[in-house]
Design a protein around this ligand. Structure first.
Ligand code: 5GP
Length: 207
């Protein structure tokens, strides 16, 4: 078992997983964010190495060949991947690592790293999800329908996760995330070494 927690967060587009993860990282500075690689172009405010590592398709394929990803997936026509070395080194050093990735990627990680903490972010209702996506003003009626249909299918996959957090109000959702992380750190299975250490400790009972 690795020394740090591997926290894997997914949820349908519009559920607000990015907002919840950013707020969690702002409160818990000891959790490291894994910065994914992607072949998609940077958006307006995004910075290379901060939002993503931006790769050409050729560079991405080379990394796949070099076994450089913990998982990778094609999402909306672009490739996204989790850099293996960063994550494994951070976990080995005892840091908790947060991955905000799509469901296909999360399920792949679950096969290889079942000790991860798998969290699914849900919108309060589908109506609210529709409202949030509509308010972005980026979708046509057709693509809105597609996204909502996809969201419904994705929500069915929440059964594969261990925790669900309903993002109705961001602060409350972040508190729940913190509670999950705290409880996971206390699990006996993550504290075997600590418990075994008591055997090694010398102690004296006063007569
Ligand atoms: P966006 O292009 O909007 O930043 O991200 C699109 C989707 O790709 C989101 O669902 C996001 O969680 C997912 N994603 C981001 N990084 C990774 C990754 O490394 N692996 C996988 N499988 N999905 C990712």
């Amino acid at each position: 078992m690795s020394k740090g927690l591997l926290i894997v967060v997914s949820g349908p587009s519009g559920a607000g997983k990015g907002t919840v993860c950013s707020a969690l990282l702002a409160k818990q500075a000891d959790i490291k964010l894994s910065i994914s690689a992607t072949t998609r172009a940077p958006r307006n405010m995004e910075k290379p190495g901060v939002s993503y590592h931006y790769f050409t398709k050729e560079e991405f394929i080379e990394q796949i060949g070099d076994d450089g990803f913990l998982e990778y997936a094609e999402v909306y026509g672009n490739y996204y991947g989790t850099p293996k070395k960063f994550v494994l080194d951070a976990l080995e050093a005892g840091n908790d690592v947060l991955l905000e990735i799509d469901i296909q990627g999360a399920l792949k990680i679950k096969e290889t790293y079942p000790d991860g903490v798998f969290v699914f972010i849900l919108p309060p209702t589908l109506k609210e999800l529709q409202k949030r996506i509509t308010s972005r003003g980026t979708e046509t009626e057709e693509s809105l329908k597609k996204r909502l249909g996809a969201a419904l299918e994705e929500i069915e996959l929440a059964f594969e996760y261990e925790y669900c957090i309903v993002n109705d109000e961001v602060d409350a959702a972040v508190e729940e995330m913190e509670a999950v992380v705290k409880a996971e750190r206390c699990l006996i299975k993550r504290n075997h070494e600590r418990i075994h250490n008591y055997r090694e400790e010398e102690f004296y009972v006063e007569a």
